[in-house]
Design a protein. Structure first.
Lengths: 340, 206, 620
């Protein structure tokens, strides 16, 4: 083929081989698991509404793609230089041009109607919503259940079947709250209050992360939404309202003492003297699956590494390194593990 | 930006102003530049409009502006447009002495305006409106400061014209240079009229 | 000229005279030399930006990559964006504007040759200034979009360099824009009416107007950021009442027209290449021109689609969704017209043609994915994911860079008098095409799988691993393809040089009438234009069967070059643009490191302009 003129036969075979391999890879991978943040498999009505619009748009785009690229390839093949055929000299065709301007205009107008309708619908606050205030900070999330006396971090617990209404605030820089399977993103802008809503159909753990570049550990500012059956959620709320035990024993007691001299500057634990607010509220820390912006699984080994030098395992983390000895760290970890 | 660049419009034996549109190159460039400047000041003015009521506990516009004083300095600047017109008229009829007089008068009026602005800035600063005090302070000082910088550049160009004229380098045939600087000067004046109206005269709620 | 006549004595303002050697390049005001300098500089920055991209891809090839630290990654992705936008694609466009616009409209130079040199030097110094930040405390790390308040609070000097450096580049662009507006409006050869201008010239004009009005807006935003960082103003200080969205509005009010500033030059190139290699006039010339102008206008009304997640409210979001959808119409018109140009033609698949066809094919993808961003509820999903990264690389790489490569292969013979090797060129194209799709195709998928942008690391088990590895492989294939281009440049110059002649492609526009490379004065005699694609009409007429028949009498035989060249008056070289630009470089460093030294920089610049005004018109 003339397109490849200049390449040797070997070169052409090589090229073809690479293309076929690439397509093969594409095929195999499409069948695989789409992953925990794939938003083409939504799990709630809000995300499904967006997904429905995507399905229409994508289908139209594919049709247009096939037609236009098809015509392009056809023209390339059909009108390649051949002996005995001259190029036809013409400057345009008004009728064709008008039609080809009107057709995309009409298609876009057709897309515009459901889009604008969806924008309007999604911005209306639904009745009976669970209200949660989200405050985004470098590099973690604070959730306040406004009607309850509950503050938690990074892992948001919600019931199935009830709309959740979030108010988003930023404190330092702009962040963006995003749980792909449940809802698209909304920015948390310092000095402003934004709102968004979502609803989950099924219990489970849904992944999300900050989507607006917010500094060194933007990549590590993750989050989880844990969806319960309503009864289970009520139980969780009740548990969260309990203060932590004021007295503990053994290594944990030693850890508590250290905690009350250092960590207390930033962290709060209800029922104790710890009232710091710049770091996450740790009242029920041990009940969380992850910590540090949902970056690490909540276990003793990870906690030790984290407390030893936070900025080392999470660049830019604002939690200071108090230079605790290994023994002291063990004690603090022991204390944290009591905070069910 | 100067005459010989225009020589490229055609072989040198052609007329100097032969361009496709019939408009002079340098003048068209100045108009384009001033068009760009509209967006520049427009953006700063928009910022001011967004921020003028955000005083952050510091002085508010209503508390701090001295309208009579600024009206006088605005009038001075407005008068400088008149002297600029007279300067151009002078060179177009070949009156080089008159040209220098009116150019100097224009520059002097401009300097008076700048002096007024320096006084105003100092007073505001003493009354507690620092550049870093509030969004109102920042947007006010930066907007009017950039305007002042434009006036200052204009004064420099006027003085350069006076110097060229004294050196015998600004004959009647070169009146276009005066016209160009004049365009710039009038533009800067007009921008001030807009700033004066929007910043000083339109009252701020709250 | 009056000033020249008044300057008989030798003075410090005497103009330099060298026409060869490095000194002639430093002092040149010749639009062709300046164009080449723009091209070479931009290509060097392209290699730097490419190396940054390779480092980014190496880091992301596997989950939990450890090649780059978070600090380094954030600097690299920021610098990759700044480099490719401001130091590669924009100046590459300007390189073509410089070299070609005067040739295409039948002029001997641009309207303001020294201002043109000034633009180049400021651009070069601006690029060096921004890159020097790597050695002076860290490169910019707040993203090319520099969102406040993050950009205000980042602690290294990087964002100072960002605010001041982009300001320099903006001055260069603004001066260039004014220059090209005046050149195109005022210096057309007799008979070169607006509707006879080559589409490339039209696109230059539209881009120049976009620059003229977009640059001051970003200048204001950058001043505000700079004052915030250096003098503690409160434009973006939220605690004092500053509003972060002000930055976003100003930035995108510039930023979206900027997108068209990047793509329209490539559209212009493609609109010249396709007709030549199809042996047909452009299909629907008027529609292509008006579509370009329409994009230029509508480009001002879509900026908030970058802010759909910022909380502007349903009314604003709906309005910007609509404008974003309908800007696709003129873009679609262009694509149809390019395909229409191929229709009924006699296509020659030169490397240049392949890159132009690649442009059309890839731009269709980028355009379609662009429309999906207008679906606001779903945009809330895909915004800031790799899906968006895929989209704009299909537009800016598959679009702008493919167009630029097409232009390089097409006009190389005109620039340097010899062709690039078609054989190496084909390798260049196919590897580039393959690497491009392998790199950016999977980004669509991984984006829809929820991989955000601007993350230096990602955990295992997200379903992203395979795609990321493919992307990294693709990026290295692009690097190899780029080496093929460099190899081609070197080899074509030395071995078996294929002398190009005046008109190697049987092309259509005025620049092909004159020798390759053109003499300093371009046209010995200014051509008189009577048609669109005037040169083609000098060679051919349309016969009864609607086919092209050669003109025998005279026509293409025009070997009487430059009989009278000694009487052509060209502007002399000058060092004052360089001095004025150098003063701005001093000012820029002074702003960051030693504020009082700003006076020195301004003084040098002022002296440069002073010499500029007072130097004689020629070097006699």
């Amino acid at each position: 083929m003339e397109l490849l003129k200049g390449l040797s036969a070997r070169g052409r075979r090589l090229l073809l081989g690479v293309l076929v391999t690439a397509l093969g890879l594409l095929g195999t991978a499409c069948g695989g698991d789409a992953g925990p943040q794939d938003f083409l498999t939504p799990e709630g009505p809000i995300a499904e509404r967006a997904d429905g619009l995507w399905d229409i748009t994508f289908a139209i785009a594919v049709v247009i793609f096939v037609i236009v690229e098809g015509v392009l390839v056809f023209a390339i093949v059909k009108f390649r230089r051949k002996p005995g055929r001259e190029a036809a000299q013409f400057h345009g065709n008004t009728k064709v041009e008008v039609i080809l301007t009107l057709v995309p205009t009409l298609i876009l107008a057709g897309l515009a109607v459901p889009t604008v309708k969806a924008i309007a619908d999604l911005s209306e606050k639904q009745e009976g919503s669970l209200e949660i205030k989200v405050v985004a900070k470098q590099f973690w999330w604070e959730y306040t259940y406004t009607d309850e006396d509950v503050v938690t971090a990074n892992e948001m617990h919600v019931p199935t079947g009830q709309p959740v209404f979030l108010t988003l605030e930023g404190t330092d820089v702009i962040h963006s709250f995003w749980v792909p399977k449940l809802t698209g993103t909304q920015d948390a802008v310092p000095g402003r209050v934004n709102t968004m809503q979502f609803e989950a159909d099924k219990p489970g753990t849904y992944w999300g992360q900050c989507k607006e570049y917010c500094g060194l550990s933007h990549a590590n500012m993750r989050l989880r939404v844990i969806v319960h059956e309503p009864a289970e959620f009520e139980q969780w709320l009740e548990d969260q309202k309990q203060p932590a035990a004021a007295s503990v024993s053994g290594a944990a007691a030693e850890g508590q003492e250290i905690f009350m001299q250092t960590c207390v500057n930033c962290h709060a634990i209800e029922g104790t003297d710890a009232k710091g607010t710049s770091g996450p509220n740790l009242t029920h820390f041990a009940s969380r699956e992850t910590f540090a912006g949902a970056m690490f699984e909540n276990n003793a080994a990870n906690l030790r590494r984290w407390i030893d030098n936070p900025a080392n395992v999470k660049p830019g983390a604002l939690m200071p390194d108090y230079g605790l000895s290994a023994q002291e760290i063990d004690a603090v970890v022991a204390y944290l593990e009591t905070l069910e | 930006m100067s005459t010989h660049d225009a020589a490229l419009q055609g072989p040198p034996h052609h007329e100097e102003h032969q361009t496709s549109t019939g408009l002079d190159n340098t003048k068209m460039a100045m108009w384009a530049f001033l068009g760009s400047e509209c967006l520049f000041f427009g953006s700063f003015i928009s910022t001011y409009l967004l921020y003028r009521s955000r005083a952050a506990g510091g002085p508010t516009p209503a508390e701090i502006y001295d309208i009579p004083f600024t009206s006088v300095s605005s009038f001075v600047l407005l008068m400088s447009s008149l002297t600029m017109v007279l300067a151009l008229a002078a060179i177009q009829r070949g009156d080089e002495r008159g040209l220098r007089t009116w150019l100097l008068a224009t520059a002097f009026l401009g300097m008076t305006f700048i002096g007024g602005q320096i006084y105003e800035f100092t007073t505001f600063y003493e009354e507690g409106l620092a550049l870093s005090k509030s969004p109102f302070g920042s947007s006010f000082f930066v907007l009017t400061g950039f305007h002042g910088a434009h006036v200052s550049v204009g004064i420099l160009m006027l003085l350069a014209l006076v110097g060229m004229s004294l050196a015998g380098r600004l004959p009647q045939a070169e009146s276009r240079k005066v016209e160009l600087i004049g365009l710039y000067w009038h533009f800067v004046d007009i921008v001030w009229i807009v700033i004066f109206t929007i910043v000083y005269l339109v009252p701020t709620e709250g | 000229m009056a000033t020249a006549a008044l300057q008989p004595r030798r003075s410090i303002f005497a103009r330099p005279t060298a026409t060869t050697g490095w000194y002639s390049w430093v002092t040149t005001v010749d639009h062709k030399k300046i164009g080449i300098m723009y091209g070479v500089t931009a290509f060097v920055f392209f290699l730097l930006g490419g190396l940054e991209a390779l480092a980014i891809r190496a880091q992301l090839a596997t989950p939990n990559g450890e090649i780059l630290s978070a600090e380094a990654y954030n600097q690299f992705f920021t610098m990759h964006g700044i480099t490719m936008i401001f130091l590669v694609i924009m100046p590459m466009g300007v390189a073509f504007f410089n070299y070609l616009v005067p040739l295409m409209i039948g002029a001997r130079d641009v309207a303001f040759p020294r201002l043109n040199a000034l633009s180049y030097w400021i651009f070069l110094f601006g690029g060096i200034f921004i890159y020097s930040s790597f050695f002076l405390g860290g490169a910019p790390d707040g993203g090319w979009f520099g969102y406040a308040p993050l950009s205000r609070t980042l602690e290294t000097r990087g964002m100072d360099f960002y605010a001041v450096g982009l300001q320099l580049l903006g001055v260069a662009s603004l001066a260039g824009a004014i220059n090209f507006i005046v050149t195109i409006l005022n210096m057309r050869a007799p008979g070169m009416t607006f509707m006879r201008m080559p589409v490339f010239v039209w696109m230059t004009l539209v881009v120049s107007f976009l620059l003229l009005f977009a640059m001051p807006v970003i200048a204001v935003a950058l001043f505000q950021l700079m004052f915030d960082r250096l003098f503690d103003t409160t434009f973006f200080n939220v605690a004092a009442g500053g509003d972060p969205l002000l930055w976003q509005h100003l930035f995108w009010l510039f930023g979206h027209p900027e997108v068209y500033i990047l793509i329209l030059p490539a559209m212009g190139i493609v609109s010249e290449v396709l007709p030549t290699f199809s042996r047909k006039p452009l299909f629907g010339y008027a529609a292509v021109v008006f579509a370009g102008a329409a994009i230029g206008f509508m480009g001002w009304g879509v900026w908030a689609h970058h802010m759909f997640a910022a909380g502007l409210g349903p009314v604003a979001n709906s309005a910007f969704a609509l404008s974003t959808m309908f800007i696709a119409v003129p873009t679609g018109v262009k694509i149809f017209n390019w395909i229409g140009t191929l229709w009924g033609g006699s296509l020659r698949f030169t490397t240049s043609m392949l890159f132009s066809l690649g442009f059309v094919a890839m731009f269709i993808i980028g355009g379609l994915s662009g429309v999906t961003h207008a679906i606001v509820p779903h945009d809330a999903q895909q915004t800031d994911t790799y899906y968006v990264v895929a989209h704009f690389h299909y537009v800016l790489f598959g679009g702008a860079l493919f167009g630029i490569m097409s232009g390089l292969y097409y006009w190389w013979p005109k620039f340097f008098g010899h062709r690039l090797s078609e054989k190496i060129g084909k390798w260049n194209f196919w590897l580039w095409f393959l690497g491009f799709n392998l790199t950016f195709g999977p980004m669509h998928i991984v984006g829809l799988q929820g991989m955000p942008r601007r993350i230096y690391t990602y955990p295992d088990g997200m379903g992203w691993n395979l795609w990321n590895m493919m992307e990294t492989v693709g990026a290295f294939i692009i690097a190899v393809a780029t080496l093929f281009f460099l190899f081609n440049v070197v080899v074509s110059r030395r071995k078996g040089r294929e002398e190009a002649g005046d008109d190697p492609w049987d092309a259509r526009t005025l620049e092909w009438m004159i020798p390759s490379p053109p003499p300093e004065y371009n046209f010995a005699e200014i051509p008189v234009v009577s048609h669109r694609d005037d040169f083609w009409h000098k060679k051919y007429f349309v016969g009864p069967g609607k086919t092209a028949e050669p003109v025998f009498a005279g026509g293409a035989d025009h070997d009487e070059h430059g009989t009278d060249e000694h009487h052509i008056h060209m502007p002399s070289p000058s060092y004052f643009p360089l001095i004025a630009a150098f003063g701005m470089l001093i000012t820029a460093y002074a702003v960051i490191f030693a504020l009082p030294a700003v006076a020195i920089g301004l003084l040098v610049t002022t002296l440069g302009f002073f010499g500029w005004v007072f130097e004689p018109g020629t070097a006699e």
